[in-house]
Design a protein around this ligand. Structure first.
Ligand SMILES: C[S@@+](CC[C@H](N)C(=O)[O-])C[C@H]1O[C@@H](n2cnc3c(N)ncnc32)[C@H](O)[C@@H]1O
Length: 349
């Protein structure tokens, strides 16, 4: 007879990244899910938001959506699935701008364990040789991958929508990188980057932070020169979303004790916009735009791109899984990396 007993089921700080060194992206084990992802906004943050609303003159639409997850029904910054207006997009970027100094301090020059162990190796494999190539980076953050691309011999134009991020990126000495402030939700700004000017476009861990991905997808055929490729990494749309709970279970099978770490998914199918935290200690919550796979890829397919490469990196297994965190889940990839190419050359890979 088996005895199944859940010994820990904790809510998770939605991790796209872990802080440098050891971190804890989990609430105290035993805390309820309701307590994990929702806290009131600080008065300062609220003030900033309403100022921005006045500027854009677009009131937020608050819509109750889908499964009544505590994080969904309680947060005051909950948007419906199809209200990604310019105001929401501006809000998303503004929050990154507010978090820029913290983000830079956490990621540093070379990135954290998420980036170094998962994202960077997979994205580099999908990109292939970049030496001598002109690469455009979208949502470059503090420029860590732009610097890496430069070290690999690429000529890099690196962009981000948050002025603070660009400022921090420019402050790193050494690399000759053309940094530009570009909102990837703005077709005109994307078109201004050039016609068939890039061998590859790359976007690391940012599509889930973008209110609008259609403008970027639509711009890619004109940005890329043949043979072109678009490579992106993202928090895994199936496993690393707000609809996920990490679990640590204890089971006895024929008197033998087994502990298992895993995830429980309670939300996936409906695109959703929610507040979350990428790194524990982040001063301001960011907005996450959860899209199921079909919704994520549809704009790229509509733009004539096809998927011809994919990796789902997970942390390597370890003898003692220890704390309940992504590093304890070698079977569950927290990140997905994809390569899309113009349809005509999809067979080449
Ligand atoms: C999780 S950070 C990733 C940064 C960097 N790529 C990295 O891997 O460290 C997400 C980035 O997306 C940027 N971002 C969000 N929405 C954007 C938009 N509409 N246009 C350009 N950048 C955007 C943010 O400013 C932030 O730098």
């Amino acid at each position: 007879m088996s005895i199944h007993s859940s010994v820990c089921s904790a809510g998770v700080f939605r991790g796209s990244s872990t802080p440098s060194g050891d971190d804890c992206r989990l609430e105290t084990p035993g805390s309820s899910v309701a307590a994990t992802t929702v806290t009131a906004m600080t008065p300062a943050a609220t003030k900033k938001r309403s100022q921005m609303n006045a500027r854009t003159r677009k009131p937020y639409t608050v819509t109750a959506v889908r499964y009544p997850h505590p994080a969904v029904v309680e947060t005051p910054w909950e948007y419906g699935p199809s209200v990604a207006s310019a105001a929401v997009s501006d809000d998303a970027v503004q929050r990154w701008d507010d978090n820029a100094a913290f983000w830079d301090a956490q990621m540093g020059a070379d990135g954290n364990s998420f980036f170094l162990t998962l994202t960077r190796p997979a994205v580099e494999r999908l990109l292939g040789d970049v030496a001598g190539q002109r690469i455009l980076e979208i949502a470059c953050g503090n420029g860590l991958f732009a610097r890496r691309l430069t070290a690999l011999g690429a000529d890099v134009v690196a962009t981000d929508g948050a002025a603070g991020m660009i400022e921090h990126a420019r402050a790193y000495p050494g690399a000759d990188i053309d940094y530009r402030l570009v909102d990837a939700a703005d077709p005109a700004q994307l078109a201004g980057l050039g016609q068939h000017a890039f061998d590859a476009v790359v976007c690391n861990m940012a599509l889930m932070d973008m209110a609008e991905i259609d403008p970027l997808a639509a711009a890619l055929p004109a940005l890329l020169r043949q043979p072109g490729r678009f490579v992106f990494s993202i928090t895994h749309p199936c496993f690393n979303t707000t609809g996920m709970r990490m679990t640590h279970e204890l089971e006895y099978i024929k008197g033998e004790r087994f502990e298992r770490y895993g995830v429980v998914i309670t939300q996936y199918a409906t695109p959703a916009i929610e507040e979350g935290i990428a790194i524990d200690g982040q001063p301001h919550k960011q907005l996450y735009f959860d899209r199921p796979l079909h919704a994520l890829l549809a704009p790229f397919f509509a733009a004539g791109l096809v998927l011809n490469g994919m990796e789902e990196p997970a942390f390597p297994p370890r003898e003692q899984p220890g704390e309940l965190r992504w590093e304890a889940l070698p079977e569950i990839p927290p990140v997905m990396c994809c390569r899309l190419v113009p349809a005509a050359r999809s067979h080449e890979a």
